[in-house]
Design a protein around this ligand. Structure first.
Ligand code: G1P
Length: 287
């Protein structure tokens, strides 16, 4: 099964990244030489996605602009013979078709996804939370696409977290039906520490059925008074079943400063031109 479309909610304030995110959307903060959101979109493209629906607010139009062509800039780079930069700029501008819909009020992740309802006609579509990025060529959304193909059920990405962190995530419990694939039996948004046995946390990767929009429109405000995607998924799961897939690879949470800074170093070290001097500079700082 091909998953063509991803809904990417980017309307949040990004308070954890302030003051850096005061004017620049948190999704546009650079991790090495690309904005955070580009890594997320690249993961979607690796999973076969070709259309992105950004759920935005009026301060976030630069997110769409990043994935649009910039002919003026491209002309300048071509004239100056700066072909490496030209290639990078063109790549960002042509990797996906871009659509956007406004979330006019911040009423929660479920509400944000619900805003995209009219732009999603496909039986299954992906949702990605832009703060989480997962690295590894065969890791992340592509694993969910494979699971949905095999079992014909919606699937969400999970990772194990320590018991004292379960109140930071949507948590799922379930029976393992294949290594790393679980049939979900329960799902709770940010349960209190000690109140939920499983340590499988939702990490912001979902392949959902279009029917989920109906469930979203029926859920009442949940945790934090928000319309929670987890609550809508739970209702769906109880009726029709849903899978959780343990994500391979490494996850960075862009809203966490240790993860954010580590991600910059991780991608810097992957660039052979930078790796040597960067390793030396970091060693010197630490030493
Ligand atoms: C959201 C979801 C939560 C999930 C998390 C992953 O929470 O509601 O279920 O575990 O993303 O990043 P947020 O971090 O937006 O509060």
């Amino acid at each position: 099964m091909k998953i063509r479309k991803v809904v990417l909610p980017v309307a949040g304030w990004g308070t954890r990244s302030l003051p850096a995110s005061k004017v620049i959307p948190k999704e546009m903060l650079p991790v090495y030489n690309k904005p955070v959101i580009q890594y997320v979109v690249e993961e979607a493209v690796r999973a076969g996605v070709s259309e992105v629906v950004f759920v935005t607010n009026r301060h976030k139009s630069v997110v769409e602009d990043h994935f649009d062509r910039n002919i003026e800039l491209e002309d300048m780079l071509a004239r100056a013979g700066k072909f490496d930069y030209l290639k990078a700029v063109q790549e960002a501008g042509s990797m996906v078709e871009v659509m956007a819909v406004r979330q006019k009020e911040q009423l929660g992740l479920g509400h944000a996804v619900g805003c995209a309802a009219t732009l999603v006609q496909e039986d299954f579509f992906a949702v990605m939370v832009g703060d989480d990025f997962i690295v590894g060529d065969d890791a992340g959304l592509v694993q969910l696409v494979q699971a949905v193909e095999k079992y014909n059920k919606p699937a969400i990405g999970v990772m194990e977290v320590p018991a004292d962190k379960i109140d930071k995530y949507g948590m799922v419990a379930g029976e393992e039906i294949e290594e790393g694939v679980f049939r979900i039996s329960d799902m709770v948004e940010k349960p209190a520490v000690g109140s939920f046995d499983s340590r499988l946390a939702i990490v912001g990767r979902y392949v959902l059925p279009r029917d989920i929009f109906r469930y979203i429109s029926c859920v009442k405000p949940g945790k934090g008074g928000e319309i929670q995607l987890t609550d809508a998924m739970r209702d769906y799961m109880l009726e029709k079943g849903m899978l959780a897939v343990k994500m391979k690879g490494r996850r960075f949470d862009a809203g966490d400063w240790v993860d954010y800074l580590s991600a910059g170093i991780y991608f810097g070290l992957k660039d052979e031109k930078l790796a040597g001097p960067l390793r030396e500079a970091v060693a010197k700082l630490i030493g």
